[in-house]
Design a protein around this ligand. Structure first.
Ligand SMILES: [Zn+2]
Length: 618
């Protein structure tokens, strides 16, 4: 994602590398297992094979849901970021093979979707609400740009250009006055415009955004809000409806506003996202609390045991937050990104890299089933990490996020360099004025709060190094070559004539802390959660040995952190009653105990367990 303007310039994979620690381990698993796992399942289920079908192949032979093409595209995008991260000739060959398959399925006029338009299939664009044709095209566009940027190979880009040209012909000013039920073509078109300079791709994105909210999609029981087609983008006050759709659209709108210089539109979508954060977001950064339609609910409807919080919605929220931060320079969006990374993205993928969560409950009451490794799951409203789901959008989405993660670590502004995320990383880039700068960052974060940064390249003259101060980090300290510096606000700003060997140490307070919900979130009123640094903790009962529903914690006693984190609490036996309502609550025998807490991202890794993030107080 390379916007042409904005307060911050993002860095490419060649400018920043994650070299060790929490995220390097996950990038390694992604590289070693998850990419191949995705490919194996997509081959097995026929999703890749759909592309090699001859033009005359009938619909009965096509396999998978309408959006399965997009999974192949997202996997190629993930593979492309991965080969940009570290060279891999075998993976390059695999991308070339997949590209050739995809190119072979493209119609002479540029149209490309394996579920529509062939003999025996539904007509092209005959089902804009549910067909996902433009959605799939959007993912192809993004994948093609990722491939071109990381390799210089433009074979997929040429396919994407023909798709985009076809879309512009079909849906241009004098074409169909319509939008796709699932936004995604919008950010794809803007990104292709950035990569190719082709103005009409940007114009087409603008047209799709202007058409959204006019209820051109058919009436549906979920309402037009499900498709973000209920209210014009410029009129809406908050994100609503299907969470991933709303967030992908918001990402595309930020892209459009940036490239067209439309600051009013930019502030409109920023306000929508800020309000969504303030009223419709889980503690983990997860979004979407309605299972029925995978949607945002009303303000403050955030029940822990019904959290949908799809992995893809988390990733889409990172996309929006990142775009808004680059455009506006507002550092608090990096806090949001960190929260989602550690509590949604890190939670999603199993230790083996071959299983994943689709939804992220914050309260698991009963033990989940152990899932066989060779069966795709049909339901995706919760449950344990599964090897595959019938709808497997989240796996490839997580894979592309992890492979490109280093690009979220830092950025360049007019004054110097900003560090947004703390990890073992090497940065080697150019400041806005062209001077070269290098940093080596080493840390035990998030297990420890000390971040050491050494300047490894610098040219004469002052510049600014800015380090994000997370919102929870009151009391953080910073030194440069041992001299204490001011550390307040949302970032430490260090301006000086840095020299090679200068050493900056940031110390973030990592005491576990109680967090209380807004009282309007009725579902968890009277509860507390415990956070440590960016990590949300949870109580987990392996095998269900402890009834977590009987637990109450003493929020007057600070959490302890000797070895692991514990909170003082009581377990109260709850008698069975014929009717769960009475003039007084049940009274059972109470046992005092220290409740061990674990990072939420670790839950259910040792087998089925019960779990809760929000804990009632005594
Ligand atoms: Zn998903």
């Amino acid at each position: 994602m390379v916007p042409s303007r904005g307060v911050l310039r993002p860095l490419g994979l060649s400018e920043v590398r994650i070299t060790g620690g929490f995220w390097a381990q996950r990038q390694e698993t992604n590289s070693r297992a998850t990419l191949d796992h995705g490919r194996e399942w997509m081959d097995k289920l026929g999703w890749t094979g759909n592309f090699t079908a001859e033009a005359g192949r009938g619909s009965a032979e096509r396999r998978g849901r309408e959006f399965s093409d997009s999974e192949v595209y997202k996997l190629i995008e993930a593979m492309s970021w991965e080969t940009g991260r570290q060279a891999d000739p075998a993976r390059d060959a695999e991308i070339a093979e997949l590209t050739a398959m995809i190119a072979s399925a493209q119609a002479a006029d540029g149209y490309l979707h394996t579920a529509f338009g062939r003999p025996g299939q539904r007509a092209r664009y005959g089902d804009l609400a549910w067909g996902h044709e433009l959605y799939c095209a959007g993912h192809l566009l993004q994948a093609s740009v990722a491939r071109a940027r990381t390799s210089g190979d433009d074979a997929l880009l040429n396919v994407a250009r023909r798709v985009a040209d076809h879309v512009c012909e079909e849906f241009g000013p004098s074409g169909r006055d319509a939008v796709c039920g699932h936004p995604e073509i919008e950010p794809g078109l803007v990104e292709l415009f950035r990569a190719t300079g082709e103005q009409r791709y940007l114009d087409q994105a603008a047209l799709f955004v202007a058409r959204r909210g006019r209820r051109t999609l058919p009436r549906h029981e979920f309402g037009w809000s499900y498709f973000s087609d209920d209210i014009a983008v410029r009129e809406a006050k908050v994100l609503r409806g299907h969470a991933v759709r709303a967030l992908y659209l918001a990402a595309g709108v930020v892209d459009l506003a940036v490239e067209t210089g439309d600051d009013e539109l930019l502030e409109t979508v920023a306000a929508q996202f800020d309000r969504t954060l303030a009223r419709r977001t889980y503690l983990t950064g997860g979004m979407g609390s309605r299972h029925l339609d995978e949607a945002f609910s009303d303000d403050f409807v955030l029940p822990a045991d019904r959290a949908y919080s799809e992995t893809c919605a988390g990733i889409a929220a990172i996309m929006v937050a990142w775009r808004l931060m680059l455009a506006t320079g507002r550092e608090h969006y990096a806090d949001v990104i960190e929260r989602i990374l550690y509590n949604v993205v890190a939670t999603a993928i199993g230790d083996d890299g071959r299983s994943f969560f689709y939804a992220h409950t914050l309260h698991q009451r009963s033990l989940t089933a152990v899932l066989p490794g060779d069966v795709e799951q049909l339901g995706f409203g919760g449950g344990p990490r599964a090897p595959w789901f019938e709808v497997s959008c989240c796996l490839a989405n997580t894979a592309r996020m992890l492979a490109s993660l280093s690009t979220y670590v830092a950025s360049v502004d007019d004054d110097g360099l900003r560090v947004h995320q703390y990890a073992d990383a090497d940065i080697d880039t150019a400041l806005a004025d062209g001077r070269r700068v290098g940093l080596r960052m080493r840390t035990g974060y998030p297990d420890e709060g000390t971040v050491g940064i050494e300047v490894t390249a610098a040219e004469p003259g002052p510049w600014t190094l800015a380090l994000r101060l997370p919102s929870w980090a009151a009391g953080a300290t910073v030194t440069v070559n041992g001299e204490p510096q001011q550390a307040t606000g949302d970032r430490v700003v260090l301006r000086r004539d840095f020299a090679v060997g200068d050493r900056i140490v940031l110390a973030l307070p990592m005491r576990p802390r109680f967090t209380r919900p807004d009282p309007r979130i009725d579902a968890v009123r009277g509860c507390v959660a415990v956070e440590q640094g960016p990590i949300v903790l949870c109580a987990e009962s392996a095998g269900g040995a402890l009834d977590l529903d009987s637990l109450r914690v003493d929020a007057g006693t600070d959490p302890a952190a000797d070895g692991g984190v514990t909170v003082r609490g009581v377990a109260e036996e709850l008698p069975e009653r014929p009717w769960p309502y009475a003039d007084a609550g049940p009274v059972g025998r109470r046992t005092t105990l220290d409740v061990p807490l674990v990072p939420y991202h670790r839950w259910a890794r040792g087998g089925p367990s019960t779990m809760r993030v929000w804990l009632p107080t005594t």
